[in-house]
Design a protein around this ligand. Structure first.
Ligand SMILES: NC(=O)C1=CN([C@@H]2O[C@H](COP(=O)(O)OP(=O)(O)OC[C@H]3O[C@@H](n4cnc5c(N)ncnc54)[C@H](OP(=O)(O)O)[C@@H]3O)[C@@H](O)[C@H]2O)C=CC1
Ligand SMILES: CC(=O)C(=O)O
Ligand SMILES: [Mg+2]
Length: 482
């Protein structure tokens, strides 16, 4: 609340504070505190931030957009609030997420604050507690679905393009998976769209896996991956790993997928379940007898990498971590779910139960852990490493579409920033304290890919793209007038 007040009172000072103290303040502006802020949004609400577009604005969304005071928008982060972190449907109160993500776009990625537009689409909520809460700020009705929902979203997407042009980046954030995959597929050929939960998360996890090769001493292609959670994050990551491995090995994506297994709420995803699976799970239905739980799946599949993307807190039990440690000398464990309460395990649990052998990263931050006299520093496997630099890369190249190769390029840039000192502490990501330098590298790789693919609209191509990225970054300093 204090930071929000500061952001409104003196935006430049807010960004100066955030940039200079990023490791301390990230857990407040972002996960886990932003989750709590969304849960309590109605009762801590002071002044509106961002743009709310509700079902009642149908037919006049373009006019609503025109009410926003800034004309030159480069990045929009939009949610409908249905899957806020691992906290479920928070309706309109999900606005904290676009606001928080865009604060990181400016602080971590250097996109000008005035060029950022947070949007929440209010189609109602199915959260009974909120519907009965006198302080709830959104529409008091059940979520609109089907045609009513898609028509509103379609009007929004058309209005954005009409008002801001083709080069505005629309980042979908925290939509429920039954809409997220469809929206991404529907608009990826006509708009500059990016789904952070599917694509940004995939890129950051791939970067961690590439970087971890230095600690496991085995190439990615030799690993076997098991996911707990087969939704946006899980299948998005799985698909990018398969794409990366297929390029490395000169093999087909189908072949690479065979090394990747996923468990959902009904157990291991196997062929005999195929007919009842949602489309995005179908590529992962491999031939295997049914297995009903995670522990059983670990014993059957013998993974080297375990990734939590379930939103279910403490689901990596002692037995799970011990099973991973009995199979692997250095089990690679990522507990991606946010906020901290939903993390599949804590850093302390991962290091203690694996007897200090786990390579661990988590979506929300954990303090360093001391185990048997040694200090283990875990890092955050969070899309916050990727999306600010990724977006900057699209902006500086004037890209008009997002391509999977850009996600690979971003992952490679991030993995390349991990230092010897980081590895010595057990980290598989660089420290957030150098995030602006990292973002410039990511932006340069993404922009370079955009030029290579013929998707860049800003010509001629700059000679030194890293320098171009660095010099384009917003910096909260006061100009010297003499
Ligand atoms: N670290 C990061 O950068 C990111 C982290 N996340 C986090 O990942 C989590 C999931 O997000 P997302 O993928 O979008 O969510 P989804 O709702 O799309 O997917 C959740 C998946 O978890 C499965 N699941 C739920 N409960 C259980 C259970 N008890 N046992 C096994 N599987 C279960 C669901 O199964 P079923 O399909 O059967 O319902 C589903 O496959 C969230 O907590 C989110 O915060 C997300 C994006 C980025
Ligand atoms: C980090 C993020 O995007 C999520 O948890 O949804
Ligand atoms: Mg998200």
């Amino acid at each position: 609340m204090a930071l929000t007040e500061l952001q409104e009172r003196n935006e430049r000072l807010f960004y100066k504070l955030l940039i200079d103290n990023v490791e301390e303040l990230l857990p407040i502006v972002y996960t886990p505190t932003v989750g709590e802020a969304c849960q309590k949004f109605g009762s801590i609400f002071r002044r509106p931030q961002g743009l709310f577009i509700s079902l009642k604005d149908k037919g006049k969304i373009l006019d609503v957009l025109k009410n926003w005071p800034e004309r030159n928008i480069q990045v929009i982060v939009v949610t409908d609030g249905e899957r806020i972190l691992g906290l479920g449907d928070l309706g309109c109160q999900g606005m904290g997420i676009p606001v928080g993500k865009l604060a990181l776009y400016s602080a971590l990625g250097g996109v000008r604050p005035s060029a950022c537009l947070p949007v929440t689409i209010d189609v109602g909520t199915n959260n009974e507690k909120l519907l009965n809460d006198e302080f709830y700020i959104g529409l008091r009705q059940k979520r609109a679905t089907g045609q009513e929902y898609s028509e509103l979203l379609n009007e929004f997407m058309s209005a954005v393009k009409q008002n801001y042009g083709e080069k505005v980046l629309i980042q979908f954030e925290d939509f429920a998976n039954h809409n997220a995959f469809e929206l991404l597929a529907k608009y990826s050929d006509t708009h500059l769209v990016f789904n952070d939960d599917i694509q940004g998360t995939a890129s950051v996890v791939l970067a961690g896996l590439v970087s971890a090769q230095k600690l496991t001493n085995s190439p990615l292609a030799e690993h076997t991956f098991l996911f707990l959670g087969a939704g946006e994050a899980g299948t998005g990551i799985a698909e990018l790993i398969a794409l990366y491995m297929s390029k490395q090995m000169n093999a087909s994506v189908e072949e690479s997928r065979k090394k990747i297994w996923l468990v959902d709420s009904k157990g291991l995803i196997v062929n005999s379940r195929k007919d009842s699976l949602q489309d995005f799970k179908k590529p992962w239905a491999h031939e295997h007898e049914p297995v009903k739980d995670l522990l059983g799946a670990i014993k059957a599949i013998k993974p080297t990498v375990l990734i939590g993307s379930s939103g279910v807190g403490r689901s990596f039990t002692k037995e799970v971590i011990e099973a991973m440690s009995s199979i692997n000398e250095r089990p690679l464990i990522m507990a991606l779910s946010n906020p901290t309460t939903q993390s599949e395990c804590t850093a302390e649990e991962a290091y203690t139960w694996s007897k200090g052998r786990a390579i661990f990263a988590s979506g929300s931050p954990f303090d360093p852990v001391e185990y048997e006299g040694k200090v283990f520093v875990s890092t955050q496997a969070n899309n916050a490493y990727i999306f600010p630099g990724f977006g900057l890369g699209l902006v500086i190249s004037g890209a008009i579409r997002v391509h999977d190769d850009m996600l690979l390029a971003a992952a490679e840039a991030l993995a390349g920033q991990v230092s010897k000192e980081n590895y010595e502490k057990g980290m598989i990501y660089p420290s957030f304290s150098s995030i602006r330098k990292i973002s410039a590298q990511i932006a340069a790789n993404v922009a370079t890919k955009a030029y290579e693919l013929g998707l860049a609209g800003r010509l001629p191509r700059p000679k030194d793209i890293v320098k171009c990225a660095e010099s384009s970054m917003y910096s909260p300093t006061y100009r010297l007038y003499r």
